[in-house]
Write a protein that binds this ligand. Structure first.
Ligand code: PLP
Length: 389
């Protein structure tokens, strides 16, 4: 399949299986895998990845952020369980029930609204109630006893099926002892809620707390699911905290050289004239910019790979183009492929490295690779298709 060879993201599907195997080897007891595929698989293209996860890797559980993403998964033929982790307008509840999608409950009043919209529709909606144990984002709040009583009332609603509860950690990616204690307290509160709910006769098929980081650093066998996100895509929950295995980056981002030229010492480069050559400089122009999701914060900071070597970004990153200093790579030529994220020969640039330079995290960087960048899927080096996020 053809695509515009200007800026494109390669998606290496076989690396998903390696990341899954490494994560699952950390999980304990009966904890099952759930793949977090929100935001079009963190910018990697849900259409490329989700069918592969389900059909080739046997993944049974998926999580997304909203009902559009959930219905997209159903429309592409995903038949496994789909959990929406965030808010859906309650009037859309019947549509979710129709497609057997599981909705997160943010609090008791939201559960009642969902139930009201389902009244008389004949199809109940499955739900997992969020429990706020310290993330302070969504979820039921209070003492374990109070939360359990709210769960009981939700359980009792006619048109909702309370299938499970979940919680989310604030600092599970940190090795700091204070953060570890905070995570442990979140875990204990969560399972205290579960125990209190069970005492009231609320039977929960799923109780899950683990994200990528917690599945590796604090795998608790009481969690029925491990919600694998960032590590699935081969990035670190926190690059400052080591992992017991090397995640395999699934995305590589490539672009092209459009022009190579010599400039004199004293000539300035790009908007704002923030870079002035101190020596005669060989300059290459790259066909990627902030409209592709390449952060403008990398102006005069980032590096890219060309002909297996590192070259510095000089001047401001523009909307569609930026310039690099290739004085030490005199063989650089128009139509050369430039690696922005990924491997070229012996050199590697990771999304985490780029993100740190841009003052952000790998999550935001790959999610931000824009819709105009085609995602080109490969399996063991063989091109499988071209997708849009
Ligand atoms: C995004 C998200 C995850 C995945 O987090 P990672 O750090 O990418 O593993 C898990 N659970 C919830 C509720 C989320 O919102």
């Amino acid at each position: 399949m053809d695509f515009l060879k200007r800026t494109w993201a390669e998606i290496h599907l076989e690396r998903l299986g390696i990341n899954i195997a490494n994560y699952c080897a950390c999980l304990q007891g009966e904890t099952k895998l759930l793949c977090v595929v929100k935001a079009s698989c963190y910018g990697h293209a849900d259409l490329a990845i989700c069918p592969y996860l389900e059909k080739e890797l046997g993944v049974k559980w998926f999580a997304v952020s909203n009902s559009d993403e959930a219905l997209r998964l159903r429309n592409m033929g995903i038949s496994g369980e789909i959990l929406i982790l965030g808010y859906t307008p309650p009037e859309n509840a019947p549509e979710l029930a129709e497609h057997n999608i599981i909705q997160a409950i943010t609090d008791e009043s939201y559960a009642i609204e969902l139930n009201d919209y389902l009244a008389g529709s004949g199809k109940p909606l499955r739900c997992h109630a969020a429990v706020d144990t310290g993330m302070t984002r969504i979820g039921l709040r209070g003492t374990p006893e109070e939360i359990a009583e709210a769960l009981y009332r939700i359980y009792d609603l006619d048109d909702l099926i309370l299938d499970g509860i979940f919680t989310h950690y604030a600092v599970a990616d940190s090795a700091d002892p204070g953060d570890k204690a905070y995570t442990a307290a979140q875990t204990e509160k969560f399972f205290a809620v579960r125990d209190e709910a069970e005492k009231l006769g609320v039977r929960l098929a799923q109780c899950h707390c683990l994200n990528s980081a917690a599945g590796v650093y604090e795998p608790d066998p009481r969690s029925t699911l491990g919600r694998l996100g960032i590590i699935l895509y081969g990035m670190y929950p926190d690059p400052a905290t080591p992992l017991p295995f090397e995640p395999e980056p699934v995305m590589e981002l490539r672009s092209m050289v459009s022009q190579v030229k010599r400039i004199e010492a004293g000539e300035s480069v790009s908007y704002g004239r923030t870079f002035t050559a101190e020596r005669p400089t060989l300059l290459a122009t790259v066909t990627c910019g902030y409209a592709d999701g390449w952060p403008r914060a990398l102006s005069n900071k980032g590096e890219v790979l060309i002909r297996g070597k590192r070259a510095k970004i000089v001047g401001r990153v523009c909307m569609d183009q930026f310039m690099i200093d290739v004085t030490d790579i005199p063989e650089a030529a128009p139509h050369d492929v430039v690696t922005l994220i990924g491997r070229d020969g012996e050199e590697v640039i990771t999304a985490d490295e780029v993100a740190a330079l841009a003052g952000t995290i790998g999550y935001e960087l790959t999610c931000g690779i824009s819709a105009r960048v085609p995602r080109v899927a490969y399996k063991n080096g063989v091109q499988m298709g071209v997708y849009r996020v």
